[in-house]
Design a protein around this ligand. Structure first.
Ligand code: APR
Length: 184
């Protein structure tokens, strides 16, 4: 069941984020913005070569994206208004600031979505695949940071109306649904 915080509907679904319907989707990328596997591969495949071309421009301009930060490209041939590429932390045991870096991924992506006047945004479960971040902790960090952001309405007149966590795997979808309930 979705919850509503400060007029923003926050929900969880299971599926492929490239098939989601809304304004902007978030990609779990790497610091060089080189298309990879996982959700990154799915987004580049579905959007076509234009996304990689725009990632190359960002790379040339600013040398890439640091963990916790985010950058925007178009969505190529997908119908989204844009793709927000964020770089999650690689899990190194938990003492290298990984939770804070992951929280920054969510808040910096939300800042960019608001700057682009997005009304809706979908997040994958950043860092919980190839980057090996423990799923339960990642879920808590994701929900804490997004809900705190919406509660504080960091951007005056927040344009966002809908935030969805699109979980590829059943266990993550169940975990997010159960955890979201605890915030209502
Ligand atoms: N839609 C939504 N979620 C997906 C999809 C998809 N089509 N495909 C995979 N996922 C999920 C995974 O199941 C996982 O829960 O996205 C989550 C994040 O996993 P990864 O894609 O492996 O991302 P991450 O752990 O952040 O690792 C990033 O992997 O692909 C490379 O270039 C990327 O180097 C970067 C690294």
């Amino acid at each position: 069941m979705p919850i509503t915080v400060n007029h923003v509907v926050i929900s969880v679904s299971q599926g492929d984020i490239t098939a989601w319907q809304g304004d902007m989707i978030v990609n779990a990328s790497n610091s060089g913005l080189y298309g990879g596997g996982g959700v990154d591969g799915a987004i580049h495949r579905a959007g076509g070569p234009r996304i990689a071309e725009e990632c190359a421009v960002i790379r040339q301009k600013q040398g890439g994206v640091l963990p916790g930060e985010a950058a925007v490209t178009s969505a190529g041939i997908m119908t989204f208004r844009g793709v927000i590429h964020t770089v999650g932390p690689i899990w190194k045991g938990g003492n290298a600031g990984e939770p804070m870096i992951l929280a920054n991924c969510y808040t910096n992506s939300l800042d960019l979505a608001c700057a682009h006047e997005a009304h809706s945004i979908a997040f994958p479960n950043i860092s919980t695949g190839i980057y090996n971040f423990p799923k339960e902790l990642a879920c808590k960090v994701a929900l804490d940071s997004v809900i705190q952001y919406v509660r504080q309405r960091r951007i005056p007149g927040l344009p966002l109306q809908r935030i969805e966590f699109v979980c590829f795997e059943r266990d993550n979808a169940d975990l997010y649904k159960a955890t979201l309930k605890t915030y209502s």
